[in-house]
Design a protein around this ligand. Sequence first.
Ligand code: SF4
Ligand code: SF4
Length: 406
Amino acid sequence: MSFGNPIKRLVYNYLPSEIHPYLKNLFERKRYIKHKIANLLLNRMEMLTARARLLSYPYYLVIDPSNICNLKCPLCPTWHDVKRRPKGKMTMKMFKEIIDEVGPFLFMLNLCNWGEPLLNPDFIEMIRYAKSYNIVVGFSTNLNYLPDAMAEKLVDSGVDLIVLSVDGVTQETYSAYRTGGNLETVMANIKKIQHLKAMKKETSGTETFSKETLGRDKLSKGTPDVAWQYIVNRHNENEVEIAKKLASQLGLILWLMPIRTAMDKELTMPLYERVNETKDWLPHNPAYNRYAYEILPETKTKQSFCKWLWNASVVNWDGSISPCCAVYDKKWDFGSYIYTGRFSFHRTWNSSSYILARRLIASFLKGSVKSQSHSHKCLYGNLYGKEAEDKSLICKHCTKYGFLES
Ligand code: SF4
Ligand code: SF4
């Protein structure tokens, strides 16, 4: 995609690559685009100057419509751990209030975090409401539940990207990880969506997205984009080639993703322990394994910086706000969304936890740079480390184990 306009070019460069295929549409629709660009530039400046209290809003938001799920995936805490985060579904009222405040500044909204979003009866209305603010909207689903009437509304909702969590091409390998799921139902639901998309395209006679710059293996025609996320594990690594053929037949984009360690432990456990705990799941083929097979106890994650604290945020179904998508335990949240007028979200975005976390991470990174260039011990701990320790701030773990990997 080429943008002659230097501001558009800047926006394109600042935003993550996942959003690039959709930017052209966003600019064409124009709605709130000036708000979004001004906020993005301000946000960028505030991140580069490591401000702790922000004037800008995040440009990427995760909202979890529901943390209830119909499956029991072994490495996901959602189905067995109800104590650390109570279960429920977000109300449409709360969703509207949040989007009314943050929507004008958002480029991207992910409607999923700790559950199956299609189980929220207001889900389609949520997509439509977010789309009225000219936001790129996507979500992940295990697709075991999709009644016909809902499928039609979903394809017409304006949603940009549906990511399907389907890890295997036979019931046996699929259900090794997606426990409780039925592959036949999922395949029937995929065909339902693809058929509705084809019908829609025939009726409208237009394509509303650009194929340029996608860098993907294959892109099916029509909207929304449907990506098959195939998490490669030891049970299904031998079926990858079949999955590639099947994805092509079904008109899906195939994303092969190496399996990660337990989802609720990514921030709180050292990489070494997590990988050891998960070793029976790791593929034998190194091309499909994201971790080294031999890890030293002191090895940190590859991620050396956290953008979440400045660019993005997570609102859970009950309005509690987590600093990033890997925070499972409610006790690590940074506050709660409570409607008190125009700046309700922004108040928590600048809560004492957020401010301390930004100070901690900014000074940690400054300390890391110093320690690399002058070979002396990193001093960040003297600045905010003790306060973070006293207040049990989740981000302190990232200074020890490395940041959440993307
Ligand atoms: S990983 Fe997804 S599909 Fe599996 S139990 Fe968790 S929320 Fe449900
Ligand atoms: S520093 Fe770590 S815990 Fe804190 S927001 Fe970033 S990735 Fe999440």
